[in-house]
Design a protein around this ligand. Structure first.
Ligand SMILES: [Fe+2]
Length: 319
């Protein structure tokens, strides 16, 4: 049995069993103090880097992934779209953009009954690359079209689930050299500081960003980065040090979820786990991306501030 078959078998066999042995985050709160067993309070699925468009059967791929997640013996109650929902908005004209969002809406409407929380990815931003031929004055240009699609007033927002607070970040900052870089602007950083300060101090907090705050994915992208070191700005959050120092002031920050690299990983640093959820599209619907199969991450939340994750292949094969 290869890795793909193993993961598929486990996923279909039962999500709860799959996750029961998962590694949990550090520093439990209430349960640790009382000695009782942590209670799971919610299960979500993190679908990231879907890159939907009219080619490579990607609509069938997303359909399969959504059906797979909802058919788990123990299905998630919510999906996070981790960004890069569509194949690409950066380099296209309005017609191509609208075709991609049209497909996005039709697949989700038809195939999912679960609530969805949305994150903005770099490929969701319309026209920032000059190749798009846009002027910047078009209605919906930049992030606006994606925000309207997701019915969001802005890219950063919060929601609560299972006694946890989720702070969703907008990683995408315009950059003259590289089109975009991973960074929060001053306004969003102030919002984040206020949110962390005003959250109940014992309420576990998860951050969700498209671009990872901490990652070791540069190991795989070394050649590209040697060719053009400026690309590092695109790979991870350039303000990571500021963010980590901020999180350190709030021990209830437990987990940072991300996508972007299309690679699964888990890094534990400074008491926080940085988990990357691979990609629903694998290598842009062309197959596996290094060690990462086409999949999604199932995340279980517990009442003591611990969590468990498992990356689940949904069985996609390139036709
Ligand atoms: Fe992506």
């Amino acid at each position: 049995m290869n890795r793909r078959e193993l993961l598929q078998g486990l996923a279909i066999g039962g999500g709860a069993a799959l996750l029961s042995g998962g590694v949990v985050g550090a520093k439990g709160l209430a349960a640790e103090e009382s000695g009782r067993k942590p209670k799971r309070t919610a299960r979500l699925a993190h679908f990231t880097d879907i890159h939907l468009y009219g080619k490579r059967s990607s609509a069938e791929g997303l359909t399969q992934a959504l059906r797979h997640a909802q058919a788990l013996d123990d299905p998630p109650e919510l999906i996070i779209n981790g960004g890069d929902a569509i194949y690409d908005a950066l380099e296209v004209d309005r017609a191509a953009l609208q075709a991609q969002w049209g497909l996005w809406n039709s697949v989700w409407k038809q195939e999912s009954s679960l609530p969805v929380k949305h994150v903005i990815g770099n490929h969701d931003v319309w026209g920032w690359n000059k190749k798009s031929g846009t002027t910047g004055k078009e209605a919906g240009w930049g992030k606006q079209q994606a925000l309207e699609q997701h019915e969001l007033p802005r890219g950063y927002h919060r929601f609560d689930l299972g006694g946890w607070r989720f702070l969703v970040l907008d990683s995408i900052t315009a950059d003259e050299e590289t089109v975009y870089r991973g960074e929060l602007d001053a306004e969003q950083l102030q919002w984040l500081k206020n949110e962390l300060k005003s959250a109940p101090p014992r309420m576990p907090i998860a951050l969700v960003s498209h671009i990872p705050i901490v990652t070791v994915a540069m190991l795989e992208f070394e050649e590209h980065l040697k060719e053009d070191p400026r690309k590092r700005k695109m790979l991870s959050h350039q303000d990571a040090r500021t963010l980590i120092h901020l999180f350190r002031q709030h021990p209830n920050v437990k987990l940072c979820l991300s996508g972007h690299t299309h690679l699964t990983e888990r890094v534990s640093f400074s008491g926080i786990d940085f988990v990357n959820s691979g990609a629903v599209s694998g290598l842009w619907w062309k197959g596996d991306h290094y060690h990462t199969d086409e999949g999604y991450n199932v995340v279980d939340l517990f009442d003591d501030g611990t969590f468990a994750t498992e990356y689940v292949s949904y069985g996609w094969t390139v036709g």
